[in-house]
Design a protein around this ligand. Sequence first.
Ligand code: MSP
Length: 658
Amino acid sequence: MDNKRFYITTPIYYPSGKLHIGHAYCTVATDAMARYKRLCGYDVMFLTGTDEHGQKIEGKAKEAGVTPQQFVDDIVTAPGGVLDLWKLMNVQYDRFIRTTDGYHVEAIQKIFREMYDKGDIYKGSYKGKYCKDCEAFWTESQLADGKCPDCGREVHDAEEEAYFFRASKYADRVRDLLLNTDFLEPRSRVHEMVNNFIDCEGGLQDLCVSRTSFTWGVPVDFDPGHVVYVWLDALFNYMTALGYQNERYSDLEKFWPADVHFIGKEIVRFHAIYWPAFLMSLDLPLPKKVYGHGWLLLDGGKMSKSKGNVVDPYLLSERYGVDALRFFLLRTFPFGADGNFSNELLIQTINTDLANDLGNLVSRTTAMAEKYFGGKLPEAKQSNPELDQELGAMAVSLRNRYEEQMERFQFQNALEEIFKTVQRANKYIDENAPWALAKDMEANGVRLGTVLYNLLETVRICTILLIPFMPESCGKIFAQIGADEAARTWDSAWHFGILPEDVEVHKGENLFPRIDMAKELEELERIQEEARRAALPAIEIEPQTEEKVDFDTFCKSDFRAVKVKDCQRVKKSDKLLRFTLDDGTGVDRQILSGIAKWYAPEELVGKTLVAIVNLPPRKMMGQESQGMLISAVHTEKGEECLNLLMVDDKIPAGAKLC
Ligand code: MSP
């Protein structure tokens, strides 16, 4: 039975904000893999969860004015939170761990102590650049222009007492693991790890595994004031969730070592170097594989909340259905490499593969079965080896080709194999021209029934293999083609002729309607822009400048009340308005101002404004501007706003402002 069990994990997510489509990518891939293994008859454990400790969360909770526990509880369980997203994406995990769960916290304390007792964790001091405001240590390379990367303030050299893990002791074993086994995939990531972190100058450094500068973490029970470093705490989730060092679960023997940890490429270092080293320290078996997938990029850059360039999975699945979205993620990008997300690509994939190829095949086949046979095919069959053989051979051998790709986590290739078969089946329709056969049902009815039966069988096999990617739609297709439970199994996926000869077909809803690309892109852009704006702060005001101006210099600026005698748009300029102003001198003053976006010229005539009148004249669009009008500026929902300073009309033109 042992070889029929499969343990797969996703990274546990930081519940520090809303998850986006990039986060969903890894979890959907893991779900597809878990469903595939279940389909193959494995006893599967699919673990996911949340990584809830650390300074970042503590800081965010403080900002929000709640305790860190309240903060994470909200993000994990609230509508639109982590659990909700997995439900939306139809992620069928078997266990969900939160690192604040009591059993995990206790287990981490035991693990820390055991490593300490063994001498693999020792007390030392942590040196680095410290930001007092953020209470954070940074390394030189993390600084932004020599300043704190979080708040931009000055940092200074500081030292704090801390515990260290003796990673250096395991350098040789980890190097050997990486270079001489298939532990880390894709292989392209191996040399980067070995060269940058093990065979680098100074070799593999011991890792600081405790902190005293904040409190939101697992306390080191034998040294109050220290909390366990978040990565040591987080990595062991893969074992505590099975019952390691706790009584809550008892699946360790059954499921450890894990078959594969799916993770994003930026956390390969922790999983491929420190994680095995921790396990070596405790003499525990190592996971069989770590797979570092690529990133989903947006406009060539990583999606991140701080950049504001995230894509909302709720919006997309509401518009196209969860299955289409799941399918798109795994069909379009090779799992090991980065992929550039775009709305256009998403719609194109849905239209080409789902609407044109698969959707058409299913709807044409079921529609013809209804039209020509009232849904029930005749029992008698009449093969035509010349026309039938290629499709049949392709369909029964599909499972093997698919399996080979799935076992290597090459979802894109596995789907490519399925769609080659779908396309072949569509071609088979054209080759057999059922509509021509139908013209003489007496002569060709049996052959027509056979053609449709072959199509149904091909659809059935493809649909079985699509279950991991689009579970819900597959259920609907099975219902339409009359496939009962026995005709939906892995074992039945390499046999042709499983559906009863007189199978009953029900043409159902169109599963993947075609999308009007141009219209949809426009609509999506509008919605996404609206959402982006809604997420922006209501009002932003430029911070006050710290630079001082001396009083005498300030007094040289001559501010005057001016009355608008005339105001016109400047020809060929979208921005400029030309003001003719009474400044009290008896001679008109002309000022040009770039405010056409905010004001119609006629609404300003007669108003009393404020101008600075002793600036040197400037030419704009060939016309002279003798001064500058004063306005108030701020940003509202990302949009620049401007209001001319208008004063009481009682104030005479030319009055000095001081
Ligand atoms: N908490 C750690 C993992 C600890 S595992 C013991 C963490 N969390 S995270 O929330 O920041 O990221 C979770 C996963 O989402 C990572 O594997 C990360 O690579 C993945 N992704 C986040 N944005 C992504 C994309 N834009 N594209 C693909 N995956 C991305 O790291």
